[in-house]
Write a new protein. Structure first.
Length: 160
């Protein structure tokens, strides 16, 4: 993943000599600006990359409350079938806390991770993990602790 302003800010915030409270306050003030500047570019690049693999887009809605072993299992499926993870937002509205969790997760997870609260609304995601396959004519959705292949198979069989 290429470094972005967002990534640079997170590294800077984590490595700075400021107290944790000051880092949190600085990040909260800048969160909205950073999010707005980087969101569109990252969102478009990721979805373009996902849609190149096939005509549909696989989105896996997830949260940091989901156990790490489930993230790893789903990551394997995303690598095989294509797709992205989607988070609703950052934990406790803190990019510093997000960066710490994200850094730990990145040790084992290689798939793209988007922060997209609007997608949670668009697809009415109430529980995680939820799998959404977006197509030209709409979307299919299933929720539960399934493998990516099982979720795709169930959605495909429901179409027949």
């Amino acid at each position: 993943m290429s470094p972005t302003l967002f990534n640079l800010l997170m590294v800077s915030a984590l490595n700075s000599s400021f107290s944790e409270g000051v880092r949190d306050n600085v990040c909260k003030l800048e969160d909205k600006k950073i999010y707005q500047k980087t969101y569109q570019k990252t969102y478009q690049k990721t979805y373009q990359k996902t849609s190149k693999k096939n005509d549909s887009k696989l989105l896996i809605f997830i949260s940091f409350s989901v156990p790490e072993n489930i993230w790893k299992q789903l990551d394997e499926g995303i690598r095989k079938y294509g797709g992205v993870f989607v988070l609703r937002g950052v934990p406790k509205n803190s990019f510093v806390e997000f960066a710490v969790k994200f850094k730990k997760l990145r040790e084992d997870i290689g798939s793209e991770i988007l922060i997209d609260p609007e997608a949670f609304k668009k697809y009415d995601v109430q529980v995680v993990p939820t799998f959404v396959v977006e197509k030209h004519d709409g979307f299919d959705k299933i929720a539960g602790t399934l493998s990516v292949s099982a979720a795709l198979e169930i959605m495909q069989s429901d179409l027949k």
